[in-house]
Unconditional design. Structure first.
Length: 562
């Protein structure tokens, strides 16, 4: 670890690992894993877990596996597997050849099931799913033992073999652990270990299996077989830890990892339930899993977020056992801070208003010098064309305004960024009274500085009308208008969809240097925000930008007022 890392207060998980290192537990080894189910794309909550598991392995000189929990083939596919691998790599982590699937262990899991039956620790149950729920009892009442709980070892072995051979229909039988139907922990009331699933093709094993192990059975065994030392899970698995330990205590396996739980990420103005994210995709509320409004890593990546900003966010919110709600502004602040340092500046006018500089020679143009970053000379500069006709933003002009308005007014002066001071001489309107053009003059002696005593209202951005490039600009905002849309009912959250989460500007004008921009490159459009290239320019001229984030947190004021 670096000196800075050592000086940083450690979260409770690192404190536990430090104690394990001192005591010699696990032979002072640290081995973690990130075990996603490939039934959807990863979201920002998974990013927190990725950074935690891979970060701990890195900092303690240990290992971290990537393992797919692929025990439910009805919802899993190769697309999700590949997307997950891409996301982990993009975030900057490497599993170093330790890529595993739970399905790699199907034979061993089945063998351990036989071992449990032989130890009279598991049995085949014929109760239906509804009957099983009734027999399980309630939080205040003990459950009732299944009438099939005391089958002989021989009968259970025979029935399990028949289940594996495909002789029974889906839902007709399951394999259950024999633990304690009176346990105060519902997870210990003879949980299901295997269920029957016909008619599915597993993305790794094809049609080889028609019985599939449950997560609570598969997960601890997979951890143990891989030599994991610290199994880091979110808090919803805290009540499952006794079952995790029971499984490992009752099979012949040498390694017994320690499960440690931490709070999941609850991010305001979004949802991170895979069921709800899937619903957004399936109902066409968003344009796929990588829609830039989605909280998926793919969506954030397409929008223009950087890996370093997401890693910084994960570090900033910390690891605790307390449930909390993180403000969206924290995530947005991380990307702003990153891009403030790294994003080159460019000129773009989203709502163009034509300006004719009447005393500038017709047919003349010149190339003006503009810094790529006002605070970083190492980023160099570029040339921007200037001509008699330019575009400014409609919001940067008012016919009259008080002194607080720092832009162009009729009869007033303003500086053009990296160019001259101009003065509005007259306003041209159409038949409807709408302003369609400004007539201005410029002062040729004001390039780069103001004459002594000269005061102008402010600085505005612009582009040369003769050289500007048309672009589509997509202004993304928060997908939900409510800070806590993740309500108890499955579909209520759709009531909070923000109707203004996407606004498309079809006729923006940008400086010509952006014709050279490559896909995913990021820029600050001066006074507009940070943007990434969705599609670079082509012969069809389809230059498209996504707004990553505004320059300031405009939601902070809204949230204070609400």
């Amino acid at each position: 670890m670096t000196a800075e890392e050592k000086a940083t207060p450690k979260n409770f998980i690192r404190q536990i690992i430090d104690q394990d290192q001192l005591s010699g537990k696990f032979g002072k080894k640290v081995h973690t894993r990130f075990p996603p189910e490939p039934n959807g794309y990863l979201h920002i909550g998974h990013a927190k877990s990725i950074c935690l598991n891979f970060g701990i392995a890195r900092d303690y000189g240990g290992l971290c596996n990537l393992r797919f929990d692929d025990t439910n083939p009805h919802k899993e596919n190769v697309e999700f597997v590949e997307a997950i691998k891409d996301d982990v790599k993009w975030l900057g982590f490497d599993w170093g050849g330790r890529l595993f699937y739970a399905s790699d262990y199907f034979e061993q899991l089945y063998a351990f099931a036989i071992e449990l039956i032989k130890k009279n620790k598991a049995y085949v149950c014929d109760l239906s799913a509804e009957e099983t729920r009734k027999y399980r009892g309630t939080l205040t009442e003990a459950g009732t033992e299944s009438p099939w709980r005391n089958r002989s070892v021989e009968e259970n072995l025979s029935l399990l073999a028949a289940m594996k051979a495909g002789e029974f229909e889906d839902g007709s039988r399951v394999l259950r652990a024999k633990i304690d139907m009176a346990s105060p922990n519902m997870n210990m009331r003879d949980p299901t270990l295997y269920r029957i699933r016909h008619g599915v093709i597993h993305h790794q094993t094809g049609e080889e299996w028609c019985i599939y192990p449950m997560y609570d059975y598969t997960h601890p065994i997979s951890d143990a077989l891989e030599g994991v030392t610290h199994s880091l899970c979110t808090l919803e698995f805290e009540d499952h830890r006794p079952l995790y330990d029971w499984v490992l205590d009752n099979i012949s396996v040498d390694c017994h990892p320690q499960q440690i739980e931490f709070s999941r990420l609850n991010l305001q103005y979004t949802v991170v339930s895979k069921r709800k994210l899937t619903l957004l995709v399936e109902q066409g509320v968003v344009d796929g899993w990588d829609d830039p409004r989605m909280p998926t890593i793919a969506g954030l990546r397409r929008r223009g977020y950087t890996p370093s900003s997401i890693r910084e966010f994960s570090e900033r919110i910390g690891i605790t056992k307390s449930e909390n709600s993180i403000e969206m502004g924290v995530l947005e602040s991380c990307i702003r801070e990153d891009l403030e340092q790294s994003a080159p500046r460019r000129l773009a006018v989203l709502n163009p208003l034509k300006v004719i500089i009447e005393n500038y020679p017709e047919g003349k143009s010149e190339q003006l010098e503009a810094a790529n970053h006002p605070k970083d000379d190492s980023m160099g500069s570029r040339r921007i064309p200037f001509s008699r006709e330019i575009f400014i933003d409609q919001a940067d002009f008012r016919e009259s305004a008080n002194k607080k308005y720092k832009r162009l007014v009729s009869g007033g002066e303003v500086r053009l960024r990296n160019a001259y001071v101009i003065k509005c001489e007259s306003v041209i309107k159409n038949d409807k009274g709408e302003i369609i053009e400004l007539r201005c003059s410029y002062d040729a002696d004001t390039l780069g500085s103001n004459p002594v005593g000269r005061k102008v209202r402010g600085v505005i951005h612009w582009v040369s009308a003769d050289h500007a490039v048309n672009a589509e600009v997509r202004l993304y905002d928060r997908l939900f208008s409510h800070p806590s849309p993740d309500t108890s009912k499955e579909e209520d959250f759709l009531d909070y969809i923000n109707p203004d989460s996407l606004y498309i500007v079809a006729d923006a004008m940008v400086e010509p240097s952006l014709l050279e921009a490559s896909q995913t490159e990021r820029f600050q459009f001066e006074r507009e925000g940070y943007f990434s290239v969705e599609r670079p320019a082509s012969k069809n001229g389809d230059l498209v930008f996504n707004r990553i984030v505004t320059l300031r947190d405009s939601w902070a004021k809204i949230e204070k007022q609400s």
